[in-house]
Ligand binder design. Sequence first.
Ligand SMILES: Cc1cc2nc3c(=O)[nH]c(=O)nc-3n(C[C@H](O)[C@H](O)[C@H](O)COP(=O)(O)O)c2cc1C
Length: 151
Amino acid sequence: MKTLLIVYHTGGVKTARMAEAVESGARTEAGVKVIVKRCAEAGPADVLAADGLILGTPENFGYMSGMMKDFLERVFYPCEGKVNGRPYALFVGAGLDGSGAVNSVERIVTGLRLEKRAEALICVRELSPEMLAKCEELGAAFDTGLAMGVF
Ligand SMILES: Cc1cc2nc3c(=O)[nH]c(=O)nc-3n(C[C@H](O)[C@H](O)[C@H](O)COP(=O)(O)O)c2cc1C
């Protein structure tokens, strides 16, 4: 059975609600074990054990959140060279922009040789039912790709 790891941080509610929607979409696929952790709880062993990774972060000061950066700093060297080619996706809760968070995460995970499987999902302003549906779709599509071995 494949394992999907969803790792996220939230300082409020938006990214947490996005994470819940991604998780709920991912849980529709029976053939994949879904693990959800906050950045502070996740470490290299979680990443090494996962066949795919979905990351979620708010945008803070034009960058990923400090907790996501801390997570990536802790996992980078223990995982470097051991996760090449594994798929990842990203969702971002932002106020008005979100591109700085996307760029900062993508630079680092590209260094880990993870492969992007979907365009980053950015939620600006209010969290709409449409955006939550997109989060669910992201989780479901990612999971299906993992289960079918398409990734
Ligand atoms: C310290 C701080 C810095 C922020 N910087 C940005 C920013 O650079 N760009 C942006 O679009 N939103 C920015 N925001 C807004 C947050 O990204 C937005 O409120 C987001 O929804 C927070 O997600 P959360 O509720 O999961 O914590 C900032 C918020 C805080 C608290």
